[in-house]
Design a protein around this ligand. Structure first.
Ligand SMILES: C[S@@+](CC[C@H](N)C(=O)[O-])C[C@H]1O[C@@H](n2cnc3c(N)ncnc32)[C@H](O)[C@@H]1O
Length: 399
């Protein structure tokens, strides 16, 4: 069976086009088209930034579609690619597809091996872009990748191990990511921020700052691009932006703290006990200037998925209001006792809000939670259950 994605033709064995991870010898997942689009865009962005092409690595190549797309769609960026996969069948499919797409044999190296072994072998090679896209958790590959990557290079990580990060398996999240997740209306943002935190910590162990350049949660995957910047001072700056989220399940208040000793036991709006998540990354999910550059590059490419273009538009909100956590309109309505849901565009106007790529019915606002309640209460019959203070908490003026 032959398919096309981007500028690449792919010849797949009949069972190659499947949606279940591990379900076929040469795994091609059409739903990951936007993921690969982002990788091509980021590669072109890096080439423009450096003003020179570079060598790139793909550790989990499967059919080879991603690195084939780099060669065909970002020829100005890539001089040579190194790819690996542990599956013999994948490697055979991959090699056939390189020939089919007439890629110069000197421009690629394919190895049937573990991705970590390939990275270790390439330590002395100049490498400016590394793509890691395993089934499940990407963390076990981070250390080899960040050591092999050149300074100012980009590490692109896809993580599909989402249930622990999004709060379905709390202990697995503690084990694998050393953090407590929280299953609320913005659980995937929390999961993404925990994932970023873990990668930053891995970098910091080597006095390296793994700076998040762009972070996306879409369908069943998280994808984050990190820039490697050598230096303990830059690593310290990132570590200084790791903290905790406090979240009130009663009135939906949320705020962040850097140290647990700053935690207030109760929500200052309704006095309900806070839940917490973390440690997690509190900094921006979109680095300054990156989204505009990717949008400009995307405008000149005809073969991107419409989903990718929409993602790039929706990410503008996440860039413009870098709050930790967003609001989801139906959840607000339910929790605040509101029967009629106003159109989201009105809510955005009332709250100086923006959309978020995480959820179609979500929005971010630069307002504090108390200010948000005040703004919406002026237009809607907001009802929040405020708990009575316990007798020992009552302010009795010191009497
Ligand atoms: C999610 S697929 C990769 C999909 C590919 N990046 C794409 O865009 O089509 C994961 C691949 O990793 C391979 N794999 C699993 N463990 C590996 C390891 N330790 N090193 C290298 N490849 C591995 C599997 O054989 C499979 O082809």
């Amino acid at each position: 069976m032959r398919i096309r994605e981007g500028l690449v033709s792919l010849e797949l064995p009949p069972q190659g086009r499947v949606n279940i991870p591990g379900g076929a010898p040469a795994f091609y997942n059409p739903h990951m088209h936007p993921n690969r689009d982002l990788s091509v865009l980021m590669m072109k962005y890096l080439a423009a930034l450096r003003g020179a092409p570079f060598q790139a690595v793909e550790t989990h190549a499967a059919t080879g579609i991603t690195s084939l797309r780099w060669h065909k769609e970002a020829p100005e960026a890539v001089t040579r690619t190194f790819s690996s996969d542990i599956s013999t069948e994948s490697i055979a499919v991959f090699q056939r597809n390189y020939a089919l797409n007439a890629i110069d044999e000197k421009a690629y190296v394919i190895e049937e091996t573990d991705g970590r072994k390939l990275l270790e072998k390439l330590r002395k090679e100049p490498i400016h872009f590394i793509e890691v896209d395993p089934f499940g958790i990407a963390i076990p590959y981070v250390e080899e990748a960040l050591v092999t990557l050149d300074n100012q290079g980009i590490l692109s990580l896809t993580n599909t191990n989402l249930s622990p990060l999004a709060g379905s398996y709390v202990n697995a999240c503690r084990r694998r990511y050393t953090a407590v997740p929280l299953k609320n209306e913005f659980k995937h943002e929390i999961g993404l921020r925990i994932f970023i935190k873990k990668v930053i910590e891995r970098g910091a162990e080597h006095d390296v700052a793994m700076v998040p350049v762009l972070a996306v949660a879409h369908q069943h995957f998280y994808k984050v691009f990190f820039r490697k910047v050598r230096g303990a001072r830059r690593a310290n700056e990132l570590i200084g932006q790791i903290g905790f989220l406090l979240y009130c399940p009663n009135c939906l208040n949320r705020r962040t703290i850097l140290h647990v000793n700053q935690s207030a036991a109760r929500c200052e709006v309704c006095r309900h006990g806070f839940h917490y998540a973390g440690p997690l990354w509190l900094g921006p999910l979109v680095e300054d200037g990156v989204l505009e550059a990717l949008q400009r590059i995307a405008a000149g490419m005809e073969t991107l998925s419409p989903v990718t273009r929409r993602l790039l538009r929706m990410l503008e909100g996440d860039r413009d209001v870098p709050s930790v956590g967003y609001y989801q309109v139906p959840r607000l309505m339910k929790k605040w006792g509101l029967k009629e849901q106003p159109p989201i565009r009105k809510i955005l106007r009332w709250t100086e809000g923006v959309r978020t790529h995480f959820a179609g019915d979500g929005f971010r606002t630069p307002l504090s939670h108390a200010e948000l309640i005040e703004r919406l209460s002026a237009r809607l019959p907001v009802r929040i259950d405020v708990l009575e203070p316990a007798p020992w908490e009552a302010d009795d003026g010191g009497a």
